[in-house]
Write a protein that binds this ligand. Structure first.
Ligand SMILES: O=C1O[C@H](COP(=O)(O)O)[C@@H](O)[C@H](O)[C@H]1O
Length: 248
């Protein structure tokens, strides 16, 4: 399957609050990973940063150890990363690992963090290295890609009106002027995010309600609300809490 025009319409799941949303997403992700591994696959998933992602990761750390998932055969990638020092609390990878709290036995060789500013000289260098890694690992098909959504509709580090929205022939690109701090980041492009069985938007909080409503309205342009540019081949689900769904 290729063009997003052939893809199923997005589904919306509204949960009572962020805690309920996080527990449901973690449970659903565990089920998908169990199914993929039962089919003999080694699932690759795309993680996101952000506030609700942290809840989801904590729930995964809580629920994951008693599941059937072989965490050593799950491959982790990130949709975007902040280009800061490796030990900065702003790093999406660091936030995820802290939330997992060492409870999921990942194989470190399958945890593919985007380079920090300690490891690469520039965002472009980090983006090139990440693109090369994705290519070398033969990756590029995520079982599930999870994406937080900003109040401005941004996903990963694709911000409204930015040049990265029109990047073609690139897997990952650098950002030097993110309107949300920190300014320097690396993000997957639409092209890279186009190859997922499932895309899950994770959204919590009333400040996101307008972006959610615009993203789910007919005819919204990805340059205004970047989230509309991403969809899954088999499914796209908006996991919302009541507050973020309040303008639908
Ligand atoms: O900066 C980022 O923001 C978005 C959304 O974060 P949230 O705190 O508003 O949920 C996140 O998805 C992205 O990965 C991150 O780098």
């Amino acid at each position: 399957m290729t063009g997003s025009t052939e893809r199923p319409a997005p589904r919306v799941e509204v949960h009572v609050d962020a805690a309920d949303l996080a527990t449901s997403v973690a449970g659903e992700l565990i089920a998908r990973l169990e199914d993929a591994q039962a089919r003999g696959e080694e699932p690759q998933i795309g993680l996101t940063g952000g506030s609700i992602a942290e809840h989801v990761h904590r729930e995964l750390g809580r629920m994951g150890p008693s599941s059937e998932v072989d965490w050593g055969r799950v491959v982790l990638w990130w949709g975007d990363e902040r280009f800061v020092a490796a030990d900065s609390p702003d790093r999406n990878v660091g936030q995820a690992m802290a939330a997992f709290d060492g409870r999921l036995a990942f194989d470190p060789a399958k945890v593919h963090a985007i380079a920090s500013s300690d490891d690469a000289g520039s965002v472009d260098e980090a983006a090139a290295a990440y693109s090369a890694l994705l290519r070398a690992e033969g990756a590029g098909f995520f079982e599930v890609l999870m994406l937080g959504v900003g109040p401005d509709g941004h996903v990963a580090s694709l911000f409204p009106g930015s040049s990265q929205l029109d990047a073609t022939d690139a897997i990952a690109v650098g950002v030097t002027d993110s309107p949300k701090p920190p300014p320097e980041r690396v993000t997957l492009t639409y092209e890279a995010m186009d190859h997922c069985r499932a895309v899950w938007f994770l959204v919590s909080g009333e400040e996101k309600a307008d972006a959610v409503a615009r993203a789910l309205a007919e005819g919204t342009d990805k340059h205004d609300i970047p989230a509309v540019g991403v969809s899954g081949e088999a499914e796209t689900i908006w996991f919302l809490d009541r507050a973020s769904a309040s303008a639908l």
